[in-house]
Design a protein around this ligand. Structure first.
Ligand code: PMP
Ligand code: GLN
Length: 380
């Protein structure tokens, strides 16, 4: 069989998690919490099952969940999406992203992807017959930022999509309103669409607020806005997410969605719909994770690993060049096998596999887990 994705292997997350298990390492590689979710959420799903919500739901998602999502977005970001025509429940953010890409890209179309980038975007663009145009973020003393002039210069008549992600995996950087204004100015007068991956929307630190593309009228009118309950409610294995997009985009999205997955599992949708009525769990998430971030950063401050800013997400990037001149994948393997703390090489997030001497740690862990990892890292 001639591969449709010849350059793709097993994801770096699976590889590093397997290595962590093999070597008994604390797994700060793949991004997932090592603690449970709210038992009330489990109860809500169990109740939905017992109530008999076990057959196919509507293709677009359980209405109560779509309503709850629309209400949440309206309350937080000020845009009122029509739950019937503009919100679709997906099997995690991954399916939302892939389906959005497949529904709008034609062979030969270009998608500008801000890099370092989460690893699912490029293969989905390739499967659509599209061309990835990587746009590397600037990396300075203050961390990562978007190079607006280079972004404007990367636009061509074939540009169909710009993929952005804020809060950003792996760098932890966040876009601000002025950034969205810059982006809006670049796409104004074009038919370029925006795919905005906002799965870490509820993890933004130091009193900052997440600025959703949904809150920016000029961008929202041409955007697929994607999020995931896996991140927000500590249930990454549930794989329930959604996309919010104007009706015309949603109509095309659903044409693909119905043959991609058709529907997403019913009881979890009902459980999530009930649980979403209380905003406290997601409104408190930034404080919850900021304590972990601060603990982890304070511990690493005693090492020779240089901390990069971490304004959002549950990731902390460090520059390790004062410690080692190994390439990133080798350094991450060394951390995992010798020090027994797994990390992810940031080079895996670049099309060019560019080496910047930076690895990513995930701090979505119990305090005891973080303290164990810090004790093991104390010697670097
Ligand atoms: N986008 C980003 C930036 C992510 O980090 C993740 C989680 N790894 C996803 C999308 C996928 O989310 P889900 O597990 O809901 O498919
Ligand atoms: N989003 C998670 C990360 O960046 C992992 C997702 C995955 O394993 N595909 O670590």
């Amino acid at each position: 069989l001639q591969s449709r994705l010849p350059l793709v292997g097993t994801t770096v997350f699976s590889t590093m998690s397997a290595l962590a298990v093999e070597h008994g390492a604390v797994n700060l590689g793949q991004g997932f919490p090592d603690f449970g979710c709210d038992p009330r959420l489990v109860d809500a799903v169990s109740e939905a099952m017992r109530a008999g919500h076990n057959q196919y739901p509507m293709m677009t998602g359980v209405p109560a969940l779509r309503e709850a999502i629309a209400a949440k977005i309206a309350a937080l970001y000020g845009r009122r999406y029509d739950a019937a025509a503009e919100i679709t429940v997906t099997a995690g953010a991954t399916q939302a992203l892939t389906t959005a890409i497949l529904c709008c890209m034609h062979p030969g179309d270009e998608a500008i992807v801000v890099e370092p980038a989460y690893d699912s975007y490029a293969p989905a663009i390739a499967l659509a017959g599209g061309v990835v145009v990587p746009l590397e973020m600037d990396l300075g003393e203050d961390g990562y930022s978007l190079p607006w002039q280079r972004l404007a210069a990367a636009v061509t008549p074939r540009t169909r999509l710009i993929v952005i992600n804020s809060p950003h995996n792996p760098t932890g950087s966040v876009l601000r309103r002025a950034d969205l204004d810059q982006l809006a100015a670049i796409v104004a007068g074009t038919d370029i669409l925006i795919l905005s991956d906002e799965v870490y929307e509820h993890m933004v630190y130091d009193g900052q607020q997440h600025v959703s593309v949904a809150s920016h009228p000029g961008l929202a009118a041409r955007a697929f806005v994607v999020s995931s309950f896996g991140k927000t409610f500590h249930v990454t294995g549930w794989k329930v997410g959604y996309v919010a997009a104007p009706a015309a985009l949603t109509a095309e999205f659903r044409k693909v969605h119905q043959y991609n997955v058709f529907t997403v599992n019913t009881p979890m949708q009902h459980g999530l719909a009930a649980y979403l009525h209380d905003p406290a769990p997601y409104l408190g998430l930034s404080d919850f994770y900021q304590r972990k971030r601060d603990l982890f950063r304070a511990g690493l401050a005693h090492t020779r690993l240089r901390l990069l800013p971490a304004d959002g997400t549950y990731f902390q990037c460090v520059d390790y060049r004062a410690v080692s001149d190994l390439p990133e994948a080798a350094f991450a393997r060394w951390l995992t096998t010798a020090l027994k703390v797994a990390a992810i090489p940031v080079s895996a997030f670049y099309t060019s596999k560019k080496e910047t001497g930076i690895v990513r740690f995930c701090f979505a862990k119990e305090e005891a887990t973080l303290r164990l990892a810090l004790a093991r890292l104390a010697s670097v």
